[in-house]
Design a binder for this molecule. Sequence first.
Ligand code: NAD
Length: 274
Amino acid sequence: MLALEVREKLRQEIKQKGLKPRLAVVLVGDNEASQIYVRNKRKAAEDIELECEVHHLPAESTFEQVADLVKSLNANPKVNGIIVQMPLPQHLHSDKILRLIDERKDVDGFGLHNAGLLMQNQPSAMVAATPKGVLEMLRSTGIQLAGKHAVIIGRSNIVGRPLAALLLNQDCTVTVVHTLTKNIAEITKQADIVVAACGCPKLVKASWVKDGAVVIDVGINRLDNHLCGDVDFDEVAPKAAFISPVPGGVGPMTIAMLLENTVEACEQQMKGAK
Ligand code: NAD
């Protein structure tokens, strides 16, 4: 599996270069899904000898308490990467918290600085892990990206928008569709690449996809006590040249890319300290 290959590559890199990367995770409250995501990130990090410290604060923490923690992690030279697990309780204004993270440690790439660099196609951008993982998956299929029509379903700041910039930077022709788009199926049917990131279980049907399209499913939804994506896998798979499964597709790649960003941040910070 691609994510395992990336993690193995990172493990070797950490060993060979003598790096001591450290990721700090800020988790606020008791959201069950968030706790599972954080546990998975910590386990994946520890598997490659990347230290991961989890700071678990109570749901009723004030903005100042969370902000102070982020600032202290910014100032800690042992910490190379910081993520704040979303969603935060509503009173904490996640946008304002995310903006406090030092841009050199912003390994989720959600801050304005890194989002702006990505928008302007600057190679120094720290790219959000999920879109970065989607690009790696597309590359692994061998598809030539330049000139291809990619349709992205969803325009969130953490998936749809950065992915649109990333694919545009690869010379794709990019269309982003969303809740107010009319005739979505007409648009996705024209796509060489369809990326579904809308959080609607099995929304994308066989009739939405042209023969031979590459389909990447970002969605993670719970339906009848099972996990499923935003694509109706059983219907679409026979038509697609490649389709990513849920679970086991974009999810593990997202974690692998988060670790990659942390290792890169560690290297950059070591260079900066010399
Ligand atoms: P979000 O709710 O922030 O954004 C969803 C977007 O989809 C919105 O822009 C909305 O306009 C659009 N949308 C919603 N319903 C639609 C519809 N019926 N037709 C067209 N567009 C529609 O969600 P998000 O944070 O971007 O996450 C999207 C999905 O991806 C969720 O299932 C989430 O769990 C999953 N996700 C997975 C990973 C991963 O690592 N695999 C990472 C992030 C998000």
